[in-house]
Design a protein around this ligand. Structure first.
Ligand code: DX5
Ligand code: ZN
Length: 221
């Protein structure tokens, strides 16, 4: 898998005009909508749920929606998000009592499945589930808020995970989330990532296309 995917996090979009702002960032060249679900329990912040995901579909958003579940428990939200139009569902393994069951639930619901690793979460959770993963998401900040700085040790972790993916022989996306910007995206790609979440870097600027074009130019170097 060689193509790079840019996934704006709509956590940083204008919530009062969410459909319009999401359509605008896709028209600017984004590939995937990154949808951050926070529950004020697993993480100390609260965002949106399946009804908002369905509203985006009803508004006419057809791009893949990448649902990042920062919630505990996980399982009850999986069918709800699948019915609401999610394309990919990722969750934090330590938030699920039965990781294999949750992955199966996501697959059975027709979505792509992935595990998310916080900066200090051990990669041992990958040991017995590589065959069930479509995505591995490495957090490069602690989850809960947009606009934080990229944690440099993520680069080494990315290289380790990239090697595990290559060794496994499976077709698994390596996604990175947190503090990704024009000036570090090339370094993040060089460490092995092929899917890039960016919230504040895109939505803080008036011209989304200019930012996304610059990111793609960096990825092409
Ligand atoms: C953080 C979220 C991220 C966040 C990224 O918990 O998972 O997706 O929106 O925002 P930036 O790109 O601003 O770090
Ligand atoms: Zn996220």
């Amino acid at each position: 898998m060689s193509s790079f995917l840019i996934a704006p996090s709509i956590l940083s979009a204008d919530f009062a005009r969410l459909g319009e702002d999401t359509a605008k960032v896709l028209a600017a060249g984004a590939d995937v909508v990154h949808f951050d679900v926070m529950d004020n329990h697993y993480v100390p912040n609260l965002t949106f749920g399946p009804m908002v995901c369905k509203s985006l579909r009803d508004y006419g958003i057809t791009a893949p929606i990448d649902v990042h579940l920062m919630v505990k428990p996980v399982d009850s939200l999986v069918p709800a998000f699948a019915e609401a139009g999610a394309s990919i569902i990722t969750f934090h393994p330590e938030a699920s009592e039965h990781i294999d069951r949750t992955l199966q639930l996501i697959k059975e619901s027709g979505c792509k499945a992935g595990l998310v690793f916080n900066p200090a979460t051990s990669l041992h959770y990958l040991d017995h589930v590589m065959d069930k993963l479509d995505v591995i998401l490495l957090m490069s900040v602690n989850p809960g808020f947009g606009g934080q700085s990229f944690i440099p040790s993520t680069l080494d972790k990315l290289r380790q995970v990239k090697q595990r993916i290559v060794d496994s022989g499976y077709d698994i996306r390596l996604e990175v989330d947190g503090g990704v910007k024009v000036d570090n995206i090339a370094e993040v790609a060089a460490a092995g990532a092929d899917m890039f979440v960016a919230g504040s870097a895109i939505f803080s600027q008036p011209d989304y296309k200019a930012v996304i074009d610059k990111m793609r130019a960096e990825l092409a170097t």
